[in-house]
Design a protein around this ligand. Structure first.
Ligand code: PEP
Ligand code: MG
Length: 589
C-alpha cells in the first residue's frame, strides 16, 4: 500500500524523454488555453481575487484597443466587442468566480472555469439557437481573461518548481516555457515519440511519458508520482518501497550519465577511424551551452519557428538577425544550420490563429508552403534578410523545410535571390557563398533526391516527418504510434537512396530526425552512408559511445544484410544482436 489511503497504480505510455522523476502532480485543464487547477491557502484567497480583477481590467483594456481599431471598419464587430466588455464585468461571471475562490479555496483560473461552466449550462438549456450560440461568446471572454491571468509574456503555465505536469496534451509552445518553470516531468494523454512536445522535453532533459490515454483522469493535483521516461512506466501514489527503488535507479542513472559525459571531448570515431559529425538540434541560442557540454561539434538544425511560437509578436528582421548571430557567436566557429520557419500542423503561432483552418493540417498549408504564401506580410523575406545579414558574422547554412520537389525549391531560392539583390543594392554585407540546403522529409523529395541534389548545397533528412508521410502515420497520434517505426525497411531504403544521391552529387547529407539520437539506430544510419547526425544534445554521449564501439566495414556489412530483412522487428533484432556482441548497451539486450 502507498503512504496515503489510495493504492499504488501503474500505467504504461510511450517513453519519450529519459530519466526518472519523483514529484507531485500538477494537473492542467483541457481548455485550448490551459487553465491550471490548484487549491490555495486561506491567506492567499484575497491575492487570487486581486489577480482575477487585474486580469479583467487588462482584458477590458485590450478589447477597448481592438474596438478603437475596428470602429471605422466594421460596426457589427464593434458591437460584439462591446458586448464582450460588458460580459467581463457581469456579476454572474465575476461574483460567481470570486465566490468559488472564497468558498472552495481554488485558484482564479479554476474558479473562472467553474463560473463559465455554470453560465454555459443555462445557455445550453435554452431552445433558441441565438441564445445557445451566445455560449461561445462566454467562452471567448473566458479565454481572454484566462490568457491575462496566465500572463502570456511569462508563459501560459505556471506549475510550482519540481512538479510533474499532467495534461491531456501540451502545445510545443507550452512545453518550451515549462523548462523555465523547472518542472520535474511531463505526462500527457495524447502524443507520440516525435511530437514536438516530446522533442522539446528531451532537449530540456525533462523526463516525459506521453500517449497515456487517461492519465488526466486517474491523477489528481498533488498526487505523488514516479515516472520513468526510459520505460514509459508511471506510478501513481507509489508505495514507500517503490519510491526507494526508483531513487536508487535515479542515482545509478546519474552516475552512468556522468560516465557518458566524460566522452565529451573524444571524437565520434569508429574503431577503424571513420569520423561521424554529431551535431545538435536546437530551438534557440539558450540551448547551445547544453549542446557544447554534451559534445556537439555544430548545430545541425535550428528550429527558428520557436521565435514565432513563444511570443505574441511576429519576429521582425532584427529579431531573426540577432538570434542567428547569437547562434553563430555562441558556437564559436563550429558550423551552424538555421532552418527557415517551419510552422503549421502541431507548431502553431498566435498570428496564424483564424488565418488557416484545415481538415488535415499535416498535409496542408504548413512549413515552406506557408512561407511561399502571401499572408499579407513578407514573413519569409523578413526572415531571409535577417539570416543573410547574420551570414556576414560566420559560417551559417540556410535550410528550407518540407520541400516536396524542384518547383518548391526553385520558388524558395527565387525569394532568397530577390533578398540578396535587395541587400546588394543597399550595400548591406552578407556571405555571397552562403550554403543553401533542404530538408528531405517526404517521399516525393526522397525519390527525386538525385534531381534535388543538383540544385542544393546539402541535404538534411527529417525522418520525423519522413516516417509520418511514408507510413501515413500521424506523428502525434498515440493510437497509431505502434506503426511509427524508424527501422521499417521502406524507411531504410529511402534513406539509403538519399545518401547515395548525396554522395553522387558530392553534397553532405545529415539525418536530423529523432532517430539519429537513438543508439541502436544511429549505427544503422552510419552504415547506410550517413556521416552527419543531428539530434537532441542529451542523446549525443550515448550515440557517441555506440559509434566508438563499431567498425565501419563491419557495420556496412550488417546494414547490407538488414536491408533485405522483411520487418522492422527483424532489423532491430539483428542490429541489437550485433551491438550487444560489442558490449553496447541497447536497452533491449
Ligand atoms: C523532422 O521532421 O525530422 C525534423 C527534424 O523536423 P521537425 O521535427 O521540426 O518537423
Ligand atoms: Mg519536419
Amino acid at each position: 500500500m502507498s503512504d496515503g489511503a489510495r493504492p499504488e497504480m501503474r500505467r504504461e505510455g510511450i517513453a519519450v524523454s529519459p530519466g526518472i522523476a519523483i514529484g507531485r502532480a500538477y494537473l492542467v485543464g483541457r481548455d485550448s488555453v490551459k487553465a491550471p487547477r490548484h487549491h490555495v491557502e486561506a491567506e492567499e484567497v484575497e491575492d487570487e481575487i486581486a489577480r482575477l480583477h487585474r486580469a479583467i481590467v487588462a482584458s477590458d483594456r485590450q478589447l477597448e484597443k481592438v474596438k478603437q481599431k475596428l470602429a471605422s471598419e466594421n460596426e457589427s464587430d464593434f458591437h460584439i466587442i462591446s458586448a464582450h466588455q460588458m460580459m467581463l464585468h457581469d456579476e454572474h461571471l465575476v461574483d460567481a468566480a470570486i465566490g468559488y475562490i472564497r468558498e472552495e479555496k481554488i485558484n482564479a483560473e479554476w474558479a473562472l472555469r467553474k463560473a463559465v461552466d455554470d453560465i454555459r449550462a443555462v445557455f445550453d438549456a435554452i431552445e433558441d439557437t441565438y441564445f445557445r450560440e451566445r455560449a461561445s461568446d462566454v467562452e471567448f471572454v473566458f479565454e481572454r481573461i484566462l490568457r491575462n491571468l496566465l500572463g502570456r509574456e511569462t508563459g501560459p503555465l505556471s506549475p510550482p518548481p519540481d512538479a510533474i505536469v499532467v495534461a491531456y496534451d501540451l502545445s510545443p509552445a507550452d512545453t518550451a516555457q515549462l523548462h523555465r518553470a523547472a518542472v520535474a516531468g511531463l505526462l500527457t494523454d495524447a502524443g507520440g515519440k516525435t511530437s514536438h512536445t516530446a522533442i522539446i522535453a528531451r532537449a530540456h532533459e525533462i523526463p516525459a511519458v506521453v500517449g497515456l490515454e487517461d492519465v488526466t483522469e486517474v491523477v489528481e493535483t498533488d498526487d505523488l508520482l514516479v515516472i520513468d521516461g526510459s520505460t514509459g512506466v508511471v506510478i501513481v501514489n507509489p508505495a514507500r518501497e517503490t519510491v526507494v527503488e526508483y531513487r536508487e535507479e535515479q542515482r545509478r542513472q546519474a552516475a552512468a550519465g556522468a560516465v557518458l559525459l566524460s566522452n565529451r571531448d573524444l571524437p565520434a570515431r569508429t574503431k577503424d577511424g571513420v569520423d561521424v559529425a554529431l551535431l545538435a538540434n536546437i530551438d534557440g541560442p539558450e540551448e547551445i551551452e547544453s549542446a557544447i557540454e554534451h559534445g556537439a561539434t555544430g548545430v545541425g538544425l535550428t528550429r527558428t519557428e520557436y521565435l514565432f511560437m513563444t511570443s505574441d509578436r511576429v519576429p521582425d528582421e532584427d529579431t531573426h538577425y540577432r538570434q542567428a548571430v547569437e547562434v553563430i557567436e555562441r558556437m564559436r566557429g563550429r558550423p551552424v544550420t538555421l532552418r527557415t520557419f517551419d510552422l503549421g500542423a502541431d507548431k502553431l503561432a498566435g498570428f496564424l490563429e483564424g488565418e488557416v483552418q484545415e481538415a488535415n493540417p499535416a498535409l496542408g498549408l504548413r512549413s515552406i508552403r506557408l512561407c511561399l504564401t502571401d499572408l499579407g506580410r513578407p514573413l519569409f523575406k523578413t526572415q531571409l534578410r535577417g539570416l543573410l545579414r547574420a551570414s556576414a558574422h560566420g559560417a551559417l547554412r540556410i535550410m528550407f523545410p518540407m520541400i516536396s520537389g524542384i518547383g518548391e525549391l526553385r520558388a524558395a531560392k527565387a525569394v532568397l535571390e530577390e533578398v540578396k539583390e535587395e541587400l546588394r543594392r543597399e550595400q548591406v554585407p552578407f556571405d555571397e557563398a552562403v550554403k543553401v540546403g533542404i530538408m528531405i522529409e517526404m517521399p516525393s523529395a526522397a525519390l527525386t533526391a538525385d534531381l534535388l541534389a543538383r540544385e542544393s548545397d546539402f541535404f538534411s533528412i527529417g525522418t520525423n516527418d519522413l516516417i509520418q508521410y511514408t507510413m501515413a502515420v500521424d506523428r502525434v497520434n498515440e493510437m497509431v504510434s505502434y506503426l511509427y517505426e524508424p527501422l521499417h525497411p521502406a524507411l531504410l531504403r529511402l534513406i539509403a537512396s538519399v545518401a547515395k544521391a548525396g554522395r553522387a552529387a558530392g553534397i553532405s547529407v545529415t539525418v536530423c530526425g529523432e532517430m539519429a539520437g537513438d543508439a541502436v539506430v544511429a549505427p544503422v544510419l552510419v552504415g547506410l552512408g550517413i556521416h552527419e547526425l543531428s539530434m537532441s544534445a542529451v542523446s549525443i554521449p550515448e550515440v557517441k559511445g555506440a559509434l566508438r564501439s563499431i567498425t565501419m566495414s563491419e557495420v556496412e556489412r550488417v546494414v547490407e544484410r538488414v536491408l533485405d530483412l522483411p520487418t522492422a522487428q527483424d532489423v532491430r533484432e539483428a542490429v541489437v544482436g550485433y551491438l550487444g556482441g560489442l558490449g553496447v548497451k541497447t536497452g533491449s539486450s
